[in-house]
Design a protein around this ligand. Structure first.
Ligand code: LLP
Length: 425
């Protein structure tokens, strides 16, 4: 569909998302009229394509792509991901409930948790195919809950990667994983409770565009796995990055090359160790990020200290990533009128009572005025999933564009009644 002109979208790459058909049969303004803003809009075809790309990484019959539900747990999206043949990981009872709602069966769910209590371990053990714990102390807790049971252990390969120190989850400066120096204690804890170690997993961190650290850590994991005979599952974790700077022509992760190198590692391991189990990767962002554009409305414009501030309803309660990690998201502009717009340096902010409530700083984009619609690209992973009711604002609605171009609501916006419902009278 080509509803919006190039200049209208303010695109500096070839074409903006509206022109590329992202919004199906609708214009951004029509979606906003029907559903209001803030609104996360998802495109089913893009979601399916990302699932297929990762499934195509290896032809090994025991290769599984396990979607990491924490990136986006909307059950309507989870249902599509399941239809594409992915399994899923959960890390909380809430995620388990959403996966069940979406139709995932026990044998399609991995539980990868951190610092949880006995009741949660028991629940996970009952509802997931396998549970991975990530300290000797949690192995002992699991053993008390389920003596003689089957368990996986998350190990720390000492190699981390990620877009921010806050999401690097291996190496010295992290709470995650069992380090090699604790492997003796791990074996002792397994023995003490008669547990069978069925698998090892790791997760080096979130967002790599250079596959080297992931592959180095994968090599380490396979070497480690060889010293734990009888494993059935080896899970390498997620972290597959997407290009957030599309308008700067940022390159995609080279999956073809990754697949070749990864494939060589796992087939060599099968051959050498006689391993007949399964290999898992655990991507969240790669599957969910690019299938969503977050729409918001410009509500006010002003100058302060020489900066043009564009006020919107996209506070960090709606999209927290820029505030928490200084993350960059490309913006598109869908103007409310036909007036020509000059490219202008602007800082786009939200409606939350903190100075750090900045969505995009110093962006050269078409001059925004009240009533314009702003689109935030690549918002599907850790967007809605990290939204909150801070300032007692309402978490946003979500809509899905189907492959036939139609659109439907897949999560309603919170209501004031939702906010009040948790307080006893
Ligand atoms: N497996 C485990 C054990 C994880 O902790 C994570 C993410 C994943 C898989 C999926 O990682 P992905 O493929 O999505 O990179 N809120 C941050 C990202 C936090 C990632 C947490 N763990 C952000 O907005 O960038």
């Amino acid at each position: 569909m080509n509803h919006a002109s190039k200049s209208a979208c303010g695109a500096t790459r070839n074409r903006c998302s509206a022109e590329l058909g992202f919004f199906g049969s609708a214009l951004p303004h029509e979606l906003v009229r029907d559903f209001g803003t803030p609104l996360y809009v998802y495109n089913e075809s893009v979601l399916r394509e990302r699932c297929r790309e990762l499934k195509g990484l290896s032809e090994d019959p025991g290769f599984r792509v396990c979607y990491s539900t924490k990136a986006n747990g909307n059950p309507h999206l989870l249902r599509i991901i399941r239809e594409e043949g992915l399994i899923a990981d959960a890390m909380s009872p809430g995620e388990l409930a959403l996966l069940k709602r979406a139709g995932f069966r026990k044998e399609e769910i991995c539980y990868v948790c951190n610092n949880v209590d006995a009741a949660e371990l028991a629940l996970a053990n009952a509802q997931a195919d396998h549970v991975s714990v990530d300290s000797v102390s949690q192995v002992e807790s699991f053993g008390r809950v389920n003596p003689g049971g089957r368990v996986m252990a998350r190990v720390n390969p000492g190699i981390g990667a990620g877009h921010s120190s806050k999401v690097i989850t291996a190496g010295k400066k992290t709470k995650f994983g069992i380090p090699p120096e604790d492997f003796g204690a791990l074996r002792a804890a397994l023995d003490a409770y008669g547990l069978k170690l069925i698998g090892l997993n790791q997760h080096v961190g979130s967002l790599f565009m250079d596959p080297k650290p992931y592959l180095d850590a994968a090599r380490w994991l396979l070497k480690t796995a060889a010293s734990f005979p009888g494993l059935e599952i080896i899970d390498f974790g997620g972290g597959f990055g997407v290009p957030y700077r599309k308008y700067d022509m940022e390159k995609r992760l080279d999956l073809a090359e990754f697949g070749l190198r990864f494939g060589a590692l796992i087939s060599a391991f099968r051959a050498k160790q006689g391993f007949s189990g399964i290999f898992i990767i655990e991507p969240g962002r790669y599957i969910a990020a690019e299938c969503s554009i977050l729409l918001g409305t410009v509500t006010a414009v002003k100058n302060n200290g020489g900066v043009r501030y564009v006020g919107t309803d996209l506070g960090f309660n709606v999209l927290a990533r820029p505030m928490i990690y200084d993350s960059f998201h490309d913006l598109e502009v869908y103007p409310g009128n036909d007036k020509p717009r000059a490219l202008t340096l602007q800082t786009v902010v939200g409606n939350i009572c903190e100075t750090g409530d900045v969505l995009a700083r110093d962006r050269q984009i078409p001059e925004l005025v009240e009533g314009d619609i702003v689109g935030v690209l690549d918002a599907g992973a850790y967007g809605q999933a990290m939204s909150s009711n801070y300032n007692q604002r309402l978490r946003p609605a979500e809509a899905l564009i189907r492959p036939d171009g139609s659109c439907s609501l897949i999560r309603r916006r919170d209501t004031i009644e939702d906010l009040l419902a948790v307080y006893p009278e």
